[in-house]
Design a protein around this ligand. Structure first.
Ligand code: PEP
Ligand code: MN
Length: 339
């Protein structure tokens, strides 16, 4: 159960309410976010909802029996819109394009990517400064200094930054320089990281775990929301299956399912999803048609020289073409009324 509390609820009203809910046999967790105060009740007992609904201080009460609650559409039908400032949003009914290299490599590279994004009116730049690599000997990113430099150049260009946070200790040092914290597929169930990102007042994009289910992704998002941060984006980036012909299996089934189950925006990552440069555009456009609210893909001036993931990275000409095709496909989708 989710109980939305009225803004001015007194401590006395709140404790009377908690006592009543405990009395029915439900355990209460209090949640305070940027946008509201909630009581989450966990229990199984049947009860007459009027017993609680009439109490003082309640704005609304909803029965949500799913494992995840606050990220569920069952209580919040209106889609969540992520406002990044300067008129830049990730939201339902819109198409956010996030593009950039797998890894941030140098000042020269950042400048080139930013120019490319500006030419194509792309407002969100992706890139990793802390890189999770399968091998400890691979390039592991420029770290905080790289992020600071990137931020300075992106600011000047009016471009927002999407970048991966790998551990709790990085959250605070990255904070001034990040617009969207990305939780990578290897960290989807790093619950300490998710808890701490709940305390931050900046957007968080959670990627689906490498072998994570849709429900597990939603539960990971629930960690951040129940920690206090409602600014959440979900990302389908492919899962590991028995198929070896592609790097991962981009599960586009997840998009309409996530959109139906949750009020959060959903972004598709075709680069990691298929892992083969030549097929990234097709899967990006399929992602648009599947109902995604955004596409994130890897782009680099010379993909074959990229420090990581070059095999799935588009060059600037391919990226320009794709950005245009994403917009055209999205315009077409809007004529269909998908969901
Ligand atoms: C990335 O975005 O470069 C990345 C490492 O993604 P994922 O966590 O989905 O593998
Ligand atoms: Mn990558």
């Amino acid at each position: 159960m989710i109980i939305q509390l009225k803004q001015g609820i007194s401590e006395k009203e709140k404790s009377a309410l908690i006592d009543e809910v405990n009395g029915i046999g439900y355990k209460i967790t209090e949640v305070k976010t940027q946008l509201g105060d909630y009581l989450i009740g966990i229990g199984k007992a049947d009860f007459d909802i009027r017993r609680i609904g009439k109490k003082a201080g309640i704005a609304d009460i909803h029965i949500v029996s799913d494992e995840y609650k606050l990220v569920s559409k069952k209580w919040k039908v209106k889609p969540t819109s992520i406002d990044l400032g300067d008129g830049i949003f990730v939201k339902d009914g819109d198409m956010a394009i996030m593009a950039g290299p797998c890894s941030i490599e140098s000042e020269d590279q950042i400048r080139k990517v930013i120019n490319h994004l500006k030419e194509n009116d792309i407002k969100l730049m992706r890139g990793g400064v802390f890189k999770p690599r399968s091998s400890p000997y691979a390039f592991r990113g420029l770290g905080l200094d790289g992020l600071k430099l990137w931020y300075e150049l992106a600011q000047e260009a009016g471009i927002k930054i999407v970048t991966e946070v790998m551990q709790v200790s990085q959250i605070e040092e990255m904070y001034p320089y990040v617009d969207i914290y990305q939780v990578g597929a290897r960290n989807t169930q790093n619950f300490n990281l998710l808890d701490e990102l709940g305390k931050v007042d900046k957007a968080v994009m959670i990627k689906r775990g490498i072998s994570g289910t849709i429900e597990e992704l939603l539960q990971s998002a629930e960690y951040v929301f129940s920690g206090g941060n409602e600014k959440l984006i979900l990302c389908e980036r492919g899962i590991r299956t028995y198929e070896k012909a592609s790097r991962n299996t981009l599960d586009l089934n997840a998009v309409p399912i996530l959109k139906a189950k949750s009020h959060l925006p959903v972004v598709v990552d075709p680069s990691h999803g298929i892992g083969i440069r030549a097929y990234v555009p097709q899967m990006a456009l399929a992602g648009v048609m599947s109902g995604a609210d955004g596409i994130i893909y890897e782009a680099h001036e010379v993909p074959d020289k990229a420090y990581s993931d070059g095999q799935q990275t588009l060059d600037f000409a391919q990226s320009s073409l794709l950005a245009d095709q994403i917009r055209k496909t999205f315009a077409l989708r809007k004529t269909f009324e998908l969901l």
